[in-house]
Design a protein around this ligand. Sequence first.
Ligand code: AHR
Length: 678
Amino acid sequence: MRNTKNIVSLSFAALALLITLALAPSPAPAADAQPLTLRVDAAKPGPAISPTMYGIFFEDINFAGDGGMYPELISNRSFEFREPMLDWKWELRGGAFGSLRLMDNGGLNPNNPHYLRIQVETAGGGYGVTNEGFRGVGVEKGKTYDFSLYARSVDGKPVAVQALVEGATGGKAYGSAKVEGFTKEWKKFSAPVTVSATDAKARFVLLVQGLGTLDVDMISLFPRETFQQRPGGLRADLAQKLKELKPGFMRFPGGCIVEGNQLDNRYRWKETIGDLAERKLNWNRWNDWGKVPDYYQSYGLGFYEFFQLCEDIGAEPLPIVNCGMSCQFEGKELVPLDQLGPYIQDMLDLIEFANGPATSTWGAKRAAMGHPAPFNMKMLGVGNEQWSEQYFKRYAIFYKELKAKHPEIKLVTGSGPDPSGDKFDFAWSYFKKNPTDLVDEHFYRPPQWFFDNAHRYDTYDRNGAKVFAGEYAAHTGGTGAVNAQGPGTARRNTLEAALAEAAFLTHVERNADVVQMASYAPLLANIEVTQWAPDLIWFDHFHSFGTPSYYVQQLFSVNKGTRVLPLTIEGQKEGRGSALREILYAVASRDEKSGDLILKVVNPSKARKEARIALSGVEGVKPRGEATVLASKSLTDQNSLENPKKVAPVTKPVEGAGSSFRFTFDPYSMTVLRLKTK
Ligand code: AHR
């Protein structure tokens, strides 16, 4: 898109240039220009819009899981990091003295072998450890946090454990709790801590008081307040933001995380369910890229929680399983074709876990976790963005097995990392020859690509495989840190990026017979720990905000309607020759339940655009409608923690609507017009 630079100070030369530009004529109308008219024919409804059209894609990147949606405040709570004492430091109070030993025999269970032995030799005020959480233990005044740990006495001496939350440099504790009564067997102890101050950078202190030796593991400090008030549940503001997107589906757990950089750290869903202490910690493949050595997956947010979240927010679950390959850019490991058995079994067992009766092996595990009823999963994916024969040879085996045993489940297939080129063409040549349900296409491209490719799906085979636009985001250009938020333009969540995505989505929806699902990526980013930008939602310890792209996704999702209506735009082109471009990007639909006519229109230019809306084939359009507009002054405008709604939709009434009326589309805007019919 056009002029994106923020002009901060003007030199004389720059000023002269600006004056010249201001005097230059605005893009000329095309030679055959007609007045701008959006003509909708409601008598000839087009394709149905899938209820799953707009969804979300969750991956634990940018501290989206641990350090984000899963609000545990203690990092490395089970001492299972590759460096088992990472994020822990020793601590003593009031003349205490003792020793710490990391142990790996006699632990809680084989999945959680390490624990800490704390021996107090001089009692003083207590001896133990501190933890700084996920870039600080973020606590809020007046809130309650549940402290818990597993502990056992080594020598039978009566010691107590004091848990404290305090400022990073000590001082008066914001809150504390005490547990005691340890025996020689591992047992879970817990106590609430209510804190007296808000501090994003607090620390947690665990002190053993008295003389004796204690083994400790699974040390946790967890907010009492969670989404749907579930103990050990998800961070409320983030889950609520997902719910407010009204997602039709949720794809999880990734992304590259499914593949692992090596097979060794691929995602294994079976290790993410059941008792928390038995979930097997995995290192996060994004810890290397971002040089974040303490980025792991505790799996407190595991497959059960994903399914439960889907249910809570009304999204169809779309889990992705590993196809017997690690990342083809990195580890490049392949499971031999004749050794795929366990991987295929994982897929089949997953179906039983999600949908099987509570009496089945895996259904019983789901029931034991609190959900005897099936989750009613209807689709799954095999592989992430893999490519070439290596992938399709493996994928074909999964496909055959799945369709033989579960023809009711739709299969999502990868088409590689790019939206065009050799890998992509190879994939589509496969889909043309083989039965395929849904093809997952990924595109991270500059904003202009989204405008230039808005008509991408117009030429797709209407009888071929359906498309899942599974990962997309407009990446603004320029130089700058990939993981930055705030001022600057490189890979930022600007209005420009959001409008480019919106323009593209108008045509995705117009092609609803081909594209059945779409999701932006990535979904979440912790402002302090980011490996990838832009992202849909940003957060710190206490707050979160939706980007302009978030509002685009939301506007499409809540205003999708059920059926596309034919729409033509007259007077649609301006400029000349190679600069000839479309003025508006738009889609019309009808919501057959409410009878509403919906027009979603993107005006990416800096000029107001007045148009006539002409509706035919519909009776009694009511004069009062509604316009929801997402716009801002500059294409570089972004939201932030300080100004979370700088670019946010505003709804206003539309007067004088009817079968023909005029409407003015704001500069740099996306507008949703909802018109009531009798
Ligand atoms: O969304 C970030 C990454 O982009 C995903 O993990 C991967 O599928 C793609 O390359």
